[in-house]
Design a protein around this ligand. Structure first.
Ligand SMILES: *[C@@H]1O[C@H](CO)[C@@H](O)[C@H](O)[C@H]1NC(C)=O
Length: 219
């Protein structure tokens, strides 16, 4: 009896662990090319599929990452595959990102709530790093050809310290919809804004600091 009990416990533990290791929900079909043209009134935990009879090779193709987008206030741009530019990605549990970082640009500390990220640097040089939940920092300098992995949900950054050449990197992510939350914008540029007192006390700064950081970040 006792052995049986432990066996079931072990089985539960294993199932639980494998469940935790999964990213997006398991797909029920070979593929489920996203139907994005109609706006459904029902929201599923992904996008509905088009009829497989109408699936084309082009649904599994995209040139979305062939060019970088325009630089933002931090001098970087991220272009991501998603169900709109690559319908065949739907339900497969992965995405790819092209990351362009201008000279001395920074992808500021941010996290992806639903994905781990594996980055390969193609051009330039980068200082990358992440902070774990005990606030331990891991940093590394990357040369072209080097890769670095950012564990799921942990706050990380990519900094182009080079003052003469831009950096180009590509990332694989373990979700079709990784999500991204920039720490600074979440704190100082939310809509509506966080109460001043929360920011003053949380960052141990005064009201003028709060106003200045908000202004600088366009919040
Ligand atoms: C990247 O560029 C595209 C197109 O120029 C723009 O729509 C997008 O908001 C930019 N993304 C970031 C993160 O800067």
């Amino acid at each position: 009896m006792m052995q049986n009990h432990y066996f079931i416990l072990l089985l539960h533990l294993l199932l639980h662990l494998t469940g935790l290791a999964k990213s997006d929900p398991e797909a029920l079909y070979d593929y489920c090319v996203a139907e994005t043209k109609t706006h459904p009134n029902i929201f599923l935990n992904s996008v509905p599929c088009i009829n497989p009879d109408h699936t084309l090779a082009s649904h599994f193709w995209t040139s979305a990452l062939s060019e970088g987008g325009s630089m933002n206030q931090f001098d970087f741009n991220v272009t991501l595959t998603n169900v709109n530019n690559l319908g065949g990605l739907n339900t497969l549990g992965l995405a790819m990102a092209r990351i362009d970082i201008a000279v001395n640009g920074l992808v500021p500390p941010h996290s992806h709530p639903r994905a781990s990220e594996l980055t390969i640097l193609l051009e330039g040089s980068l200082l990358v790093g992440f902070v774990d939940t005990s606030n331990r920092l891991y940093t590394q300098r990357l040369r072209p050809g080097d890769s670095f992995v950012f564990p799921k949900a942990l706050i990380h950054f990519l900094y182009n310290t080079d003052i003469s050449s831009p950096a180009l990197a590509v990332s694989g992510l373990t979700s079709q919809n990784p999500g991204a939350q920039l720490s600074s914008l979440a704190a100082f540029a939310s809509h509506p804004p966080l109460p001043d007192d929360v920011l003053r006390k949380g960052f141990k700064i005064n009201g003028q600091d709060v106003a200045r950081i908000r202004r600088n970040l366009g919040g």
